[in-house]
Design a binder for this molecule. Sequence first.
Ligand SMILES: CC(C)(COP(=O)(O)OP(=O)(O)OC[C@H]1O[C@@H](n2cnc3c(N)ncnc32)[C@H](O)[C@@H]1OP(=O)(O)O)[C@@H](O)C(=O)NCCC(=O)NCCS
Length: 163
Amino acid sequence: MTVIRPATAADVPFLWDMLYEAIFVPPGQAAPPRSVLQDPRVDHYLRDFPSRPGDAGLIADTPQGPAGAAWHRRLPAHDPGYGFVRADVPEVTIALAPAFRGQGLGTKLLERLLADAAAAGHPGLSLSVQVRNRARHLYERLGFIRVAGLSPDDSAWTMWHPL
Ligand SMILES: CC(C)(COP(=O)(O)OP(=O)(O)OC[C@H]1O[C@@H](n2cnc3c(N)ncnc32)[C@H](O)[C@@H]1OP(=O)(O)O)[C@@H](O)C(=O)NCCC(=O)NCCS
């Protein structure tokens, strides 16, 4: 049975693995080296997690071990994430290990993250998704809306959920 539970500091090594998995690799292209996680535009999604107000995450635990994670963090306007909307709106990262994709687990993780974020009083959640990433359909299905004009170019959408 799969259990969705809060992420703790002990899960951080697994969260780094999932941050790497969350990076979209277009079909036919090589995956980036793992050192991409040290890029300041990437590492701020997890550095010192969970320590700041607005940090929260969930792990999907299966009998085979952790399958995936979803978390959110507020990033400041002077160090915005790809999906930055407003400093008080946390940004979501979500990924599953490849073997666990397409079985409904991402939906469960994101539904719970949205419900928890609403209960915590956050004014919304945002994210960035490459237009070619199928994950966009999941976000639209769960109520994320495209924020016009915020994406740096048309290859990625900034989306937000009003909770
Ligand atoms: C995105 C992801 C977390 C969704 O979780 P999931 O358990 O696979 O999704 P579910 O089975 O609950 O829902 C199916 C939807 O997930 C998305 N999805 C399924 N497999 C996917 C994959 N390999 N890559 C990207 N999105 C995928 C699609 O939106 C799909 O809907 P569709 O069939 O209408 O296209 C998961 O597929 C994943 O980790 N993908 C790679 C990492 C990634 O793209 N992260 C998001 C970065 S913005």
